[in-house]
Design a protein around this ligand. Sequence first.
Ligand SMILES: Cc1ncc(COP(=O)(O)O)c(C=O)c1O
Length: 406
Amino acid sequence: MSDFIARRDDFPTLRGDDAPLYFDNACMSLKPQSVIDEIHNYYTTHPSCGGRSVHRYANQVSQKMTISRRRLSSFINSPTTEQVVFTKNATNSLNQIAKGLSWQEGDIVLTSDREHNSNLIPWLQLEQEQGVDHRVIPSLEDNSFDMETFEMMCADAGSKLKVVSLPQVGNLDGVEFPVKAAAKIVHDHGGLMVVDAAQSAPHMSIDVQDMDADFIAFSLHKMLGPSGMGTLWGKAELLDGLRTLSAGGETVISSDYDGMKWANSPHRFEGGLDNYAGILGTGAAIEYLSGMDMNDIHEHETKLNSILTEGVKDLHGISIIGPQSASKRGGICSMITEGFDAHELAILLDETAGIMVRSGMHCVHSWFRSRGYEDGSLRASFYFYNTEEEVRNFVDIFGEIHSALF
Ligand SMILES: Cc1ncc(COP(=O)(O)O)c(C=O)c1O
């Protein structure tokens, strides 16, 4: 715990007495100095392309790209670095998977009933454009995963089951999905398992081999990295067969007027000049996280969530989405604020007390709208640099606002 407090000094926005209470980490994490320095260094000392030119600047970029990819690869326990593809974000990775696979009319895709739009819209688009049959797995009453119904739906899909795509942790409520057990069932039915790890990779240890997913997607900007950086990971044989959405420079070994020879992964998916500053900053972010115990991070965030949960759960007009116990919601606490607009509350919290939270539907419109919650919710989400004292302050201030307004 004291280790976490000492780390606050690594984050420029947390230094000083007027640091905000930053609780919007499920959207975007803050950045440590080492990541900022790496990006600054790229632009000031070797602002060049990687993987192409062979002068000094370019060589430095290429070498650092290799290091970033290696670090990411070992962070998720990938068998090879070639299976780690740099993308723009989790959305970009999920689109590459969905639109890179080949489809037949009637192929079935299953997702949960509380997907971020990034793991819903690509599949809905396939349904609209290619006749794919997208089906929704209903959750249990408390938003936990209904394994029994899921198994029945896989069996019902039979040989038409092509993809099951689930988040490892939901951004709506922080609830964890049993993706390893789900992957086993999907494989028994001949389907592919896609894991949206956008909310898990920053907060818990990820082992792609143990999970046995076929593809996973996540964003670096939620885990200390630069904005506009993500990762796609896939099993080697599946990446070999995946059609690239980014045909162009770097994606081929050679080309003629009438044809080309595709490059293998990762290059086939990384067309055009890249976000080199982002890729190098990613290396610094993963180096930072690799120096920490991901289980400690998860435990710390759950502790913070239990303080918040205890402080707000009995307030009139406030209901927490998902299981009531914080132990089942990691570092996310999403509250329906009956009768009060979540955006207005979020603005009030920031303006009066420097508290930054997320408000609205968090890109999970389908869940909110199907339940008639048109105002969305107020979501606090933690990272390791948040402290118990910050959360207690939030509880006090939220309590004061509540007594004045509700
Ligand atoms: C569960 C989940 N999946 C996907 C995404 C999309 O991430 P990005 O916007 O970085 O592509 C998010 C972003 O909040 C998310 O929480």
